[in-house]
Design a protein around this ligand. Structure first.
Ligand code: GRF
Length: 218
């Protein structure tokens, strides 16, 4: 069977991109990462792509006067690679409805919180400030609502008394690097799809949290 074609969008370090590259290289992830596109030049994620011999492209949002024209140019660039799936991996842009509609059901995002809690930025500090016993990360299908589409998989980690945002972020990131390759694998195998605003896994609609993975190791 033809491997699914994946375009990964990044804005920075690309550790999630690296987890996907590692999965492909280990033969565990049946996809081809056909391109990596960054909206910021000079970021580490672009080097990671180059090292893995993946075509890497920059489309700098600063060269555009408005969000609509940037998103249109980005769509054109993405579509030139004919992807089956678009993966947002630390892509720090708010997307236009036209963009999210165009990739509806074939675009995933990773957000470092147990959605619907803590949409937006600074999620680790906010979870600590709110006195949460658990925090985590969610992979979800992207819809027009920011950090709001149906969850595919969510990993929970404990918040420890001695945690600061950095230590908590590290614990969450370990889970990110497990659940993003898992979600992409499910998509590639045809195990998941988005239906009636829900994620369906092997024919069963998932609960709003998505498939749940709990890790109580610090
Ligand atoms: C991750 O924490 C992800 O959850 C969030 O942005 C960060 C990206 O990290 N959306 P990296 O660039 O993959 O290292």
């Amino acid at each position: 069977m033809q491997k699914k074609r994946v375009v990964v969008l990044i804005s920075g370090g690309g550790s999630n991109l690296q987890a996907l590259i590692d999965g492909v290289q280990a033969g565990e992830l049946p996809v081809e990462i056909v391109a990596v596109i960054s909206n910021r030049p000079g970021v580490l994620g672009l080097e990671r792509a180059a090292k893995a011999a993946i075509p890497a492209d920059v489309l700098d949002h600063k060269a555009f006067t408005d969000r609509e024209s940037f998103d249109r140019a980005l769509m054109e660039k993405i579509d030139s690679y004919s992807p089956d799936l678009v993966v947002l991996a630390g892509f720090m842009r708010i997307l236009t409805p036209e963009f999210t509609q165009h990739y509806l059901g074939r675009m995933l995002n990773i957000h470092p919180s147990l959605l619907p809690k803590f949409q937006g930025l600074h999620t680790h500090q906010r979870a600590i400030d709110a006195g949460e016993s658990h925090h985590g990360v969610t992979v979800h299908f992207v819809t027009a609502e920011l950090d709001g589409g149906p969850s595919v998989v969510q990993a929970w980690v404990p918040v420890l008394a001695e945690d600061d945002a950095t230590s908590l972020a590290k614990r969450v990131q370990r889970q990110e690097h497990i659940i993003y390759p898992l979600a992409v694998k499910w998509f590639a195998q045809g195990d998941i799809c988005m239906q009636d605003g829900k994620c369906v896994l092997n024919g069963e609609p998932l609960p709003p949290s998505g498939f749940l993975i709990r890790s109580d190791e610090p």
